[in-house]
Write a new protein. Structure first.
Length: 229
């Protein structure tokens, strides 16, 4: 398995990511899985084509799913002192450019140290995998509301996959990330799930994850896969 994974990552990392997305999805029927793969293949080609019938069928469900987990996260964060003055909102399609700029600011140094940062590839990869229903924008309150971060996760039958937590530079190291992770852990406990994530080996965030109860279950040399329980 490890050799196959390494081969696919060298061949095309996007292929492996899409296979993982499919494996972690809650899609059980063959037709739904085929539609999933076709949709992402079309997005990778930057054609953004989706059959109208599929679009009408999916959008209300995806909006409901997004609203559900964001509402649950907001409730879990209500008592977190570090999150006072902050809030979450559902991401929209027009947030993509901002969220990619945020991703670049938060992750470029670590990606560059691991594989090298290819701006064109990273932009295309982000666009192909951008799903607003899986994103919440972190908003800092005050006199003027300001978008300063994002959290991306997917809920599955037995686990919550925490894809990303990213904050703009001035907002880091103030306990906000810890509060959000604790809220995800609460969400998982309340639904009898575990939490899983991946982190680059050179990213010091892994120490925070370890303190919060995550343990390493896989190391491919570039990324650690960590899990609770």
């Amino acid at each position: 398995m490890a050799e196959k994974k390494a081969f696919l990552l060298r061949l095309d990392p996007v292929v492996w990511d899409e296979m993982e997305r499919l494996a972690q999805s809650e899609l059980r029927s063959v037709n739904a899985q085929i539609e999933f793969l076709l949709r992402h293949a079309l997005a990778r080609a930057r054609r953004h084509v989706r059959p109208p019938r599929l679009r009408r069928h999916l959008r209300p469900h995806l909006r409901h799913v997004a609203a559900g987990w964001i509402e649950s996260m907001t409730e879990a964060l209500a008592e977190a002192r570090a999150f006072r003055g902050w809030t979450l909102r559902g991401a929209q399609r027009h947030d993509e450019d901002f969220l990619f700029a945020l991703h670049r600011d938060a992750m470029r140094a670590y990606v560059d140290a691991t594989w090298g940062w290819d701006e064109e590839w990273q932009r295309a990869h982000f666009a192909a995998n951008y799903a607003p229903e899986r994103q919440a924008v972190i908003v800092h309150g005050g006199m003027v509301l300001c978008d300063v971060g994002r959290i991306s996760l997917t809920r599955h039958w037995r686990k919550i996959f925490l894809r990303d937590i990213e904050l703009m530079g001035p907002e880091r190291n103030h306990g906000v990330g810890t509060a959000i992770i604790n809220a995800v852990l609460t969400l998982a406990r309340n639904s009898d799930r575990y939490v899983e994530l991946r982190v680059l080996c050179c990213n010091p965030a892994q120490r925070l994850y370890a303190r919060l109860g995550f343990r390493v279950i896989d190391d491919d040399g570039a990324r650690l896969r960590m899990r609770t329980r």
